[in-house]
Design a protein around this ligand. Structure first.
Ligand code: CMC
Length: 459
């Protein structure tokens, strides 16, 4: 227990103001403070009043990676990680996957309620009629090297959209907000497909307004010499379900990036480009690509035991397992697993599925994983579906970005209207030197060598 002389701060639970506050005693000064509890949270700024002297900056909270910090109020997506629950605007994800369509879910995320038939028709019409991109975007994508990662191309081309729509900077104009929303959701599949066709050395395919959102995407990916591309309805349906499953996931790394960058009042295309960049990372959207590489490396079910030993010895990571929020089966993984069979029925068997199923079984029987509550996440099976659709691994994260754009824009809109928000600007605990003197270069020891860690070498 802290004494008056230590640097500790004791937090005592219920205080004199009742169960809706904390009584906090600063053992450095003996002073006690009442900190209000609202919605199961305390305000970090309420701790700033806790000081040892007048000149003291005040107490800060320290939360690297925001593991226990709510950065906003949001009415878009609810997750109960312990119970494996995911709801959009209160509607469970399994109902949406079974009964809705991706574009309807996008409407739900953006506007907060399910549309009437007339509203849905207008929404679908507007999105369908904004799928074309300016011809210069095509030239821009053509400028990339033949083997450029499609996620890098998507990141750049989404950012480039801001230069085509300068009026999107009028952040308070509802018409501009609507246009940016429509354009982002509509053009993302076109940009994604252009990136894919670029890698394949194939001509880019323009959108086909007669097709549904997922059908049109399949057409832009795979159309060859046929006059009209006719997608397999089973594949279009599976893709639509995958889109619904990836539409939003509350304050994850990329959504946080969109909100943080958007908080500077940059245009929404640039804010969404930040989301694409965040999604690119292997610990976030890049995980499904990593899962496929992992399954290929494992090669046969005979190697699973050895592979899992490597994971337990921390030489490997079991990609597609574990989640910051879900400490139970990711509900999205369950829905995807059901879809895998239907897709494989249309496309033929995939030997990697056997490895995935066996790997999951082994991991779930192993204390190392169950003790740490590591279960398959959405990415464990989604890659197998994409592969069955003959989509190369580099495209997986790109396809994740298409539906997540609906979530990003819904979160961005909510953020822009939130009076509690201002420009995102975290604090730090400074650990470096202070008041050091500038040393002329000739007097610096070791200046003649570039040995040392790469970070110390000149760029
Ligand atoms: N394989 C092996 N061990 C793991 C894994 C894994 N995939 N994930 C977590 N652990 C271990 C971790 O080493 C730690 O063990 P210990 O306590 O002994 O040090 C323990 O489990 C707790 O993990 P954590 O690091 O506290 O978990 P986190 O919440 O920081 O990380 C995660 C979440 C998703 C980054 C991590 O589980 C991971 O790297 N998974 C693999 C990548 C992946 O599949 N990502 C997709 C996430 S779902 C898509 C999305 O929403 O973006």
């Amino acid at each position: 227990m802290a004494t008056e002389q230590t640097q500790d701060v004791a937090v005592d639970g219920a205080g004199s103001a009742g169960s809706e506050s904390l009584s906090v005693t600063d053992n450095r000064t003996g002073d006690t403070y009442e900190i209000e509890i609202t919605d199961g949270t305390v305000k970090a700024m309420d701790f700033r009043q806790i000081k040892v002297s007048e000149n003291d900056f005040g107490l800060m909270t320290f939360d690297p990676a925001f593991t226990n910090t709510a950065s906003c109020r949001s009415a878009i997506t609810f997750i109960d990680g312990e119970a494996g629950v995911l709801e959009h605007r209160g509607i469970p994800i399994d109902q949406l996957c079974e009964r809705s369509s991706f574009l309807e879910v996008a409407y739900l995320l953006v506007f907060g309620e399910l549309p009437t038939q007339a509203q849905l028709d207008t929404w679908v019409h507007d999105i369908t009629h904004h799928t074309y991109v300016h011809e210069n975007i095509k030239k821009f994508v053509e400028g990339f090297r033949y083997d450029a990662h499609p996620m890098g191309m998507l990141l750049a081309s989404v950012g480039a959209l801001s230069t085509f729509y300068p009026d999107a900077k009028k952040l308070d104009d509802p018409e501009e907000r609507y246009l940016a929303t429509i354009r982002l959701i509509a053009k993302m599949p076109t940009l994604a497909a252009f990136a894919y066709r670029h890698n394949m050395g194939l001509p880019y395919i323009y959108p086909d307004n007669d097709l549904t959102y997922p059908e049109n995407f399949l057409s832009m990916l795979f159309k060859m010499t046929e006059v009209k591309y006719e997608p397999d309805p089973r594949l279009a349906k599976a893709l639509d379900v995958l889109f619904i499953l990836h539409a939003d996931h509350e304050q994850n790394c990329s959504t946080n990036a969109v909100r943080a960058v958007g908080s500077s009042e940059v245009d929404p295309y640039s804010a969404v480009a930040a989301g694409v960049a965040a999604l690119y990372g292997p610990l976030h959207g890049g995980a499904n690509e990593a899962v496929l590489r992992m399954l290929r490396r494992i090669e046969t079910t005979d190697n699973i035991a050895d592979f899992l030993e490597g994971v337990k010895n921390r030489e490997e990571r079991l990609m597609g397992f574990g989640h910051r929020v879900y400490k139970n089966y990711d509900p999205r993984a369950q829905i995807i697993k059901k879809n895998v069979d239907e897709v494989l029925e249309a496309t033929g068997e995939n030997p990697l599925l056997d490895i995935a199923v066996e790997l999951e079984k082994h991991a779930l029987e192993d204390d190392y994983f169950t003790e740490r509550k590591l279960y398959p996440n959405v990415d464990f099976y989604s890659g197998l579906i994409y592969e069955a659709l003959k989509i190369p691994t580099e495209m997986f994260t790109v396809i994740f970005a298409i539906p997540r754009t609906a979530g990003w824009i819904a979160q961005w809109l909510e953020h822009m209207d939130d009076p509690e928000q201002k420009i995102a600007r975290p604090r730090q605990i400074y650990t470096g030197e202070r008041e050091a003197d500038y040393v002329p270069i000739e007097d610096r020891s070791g200046a003649e060598t570039i040995d040392g860690p790469p970070a110390k070498r000149p760029a």
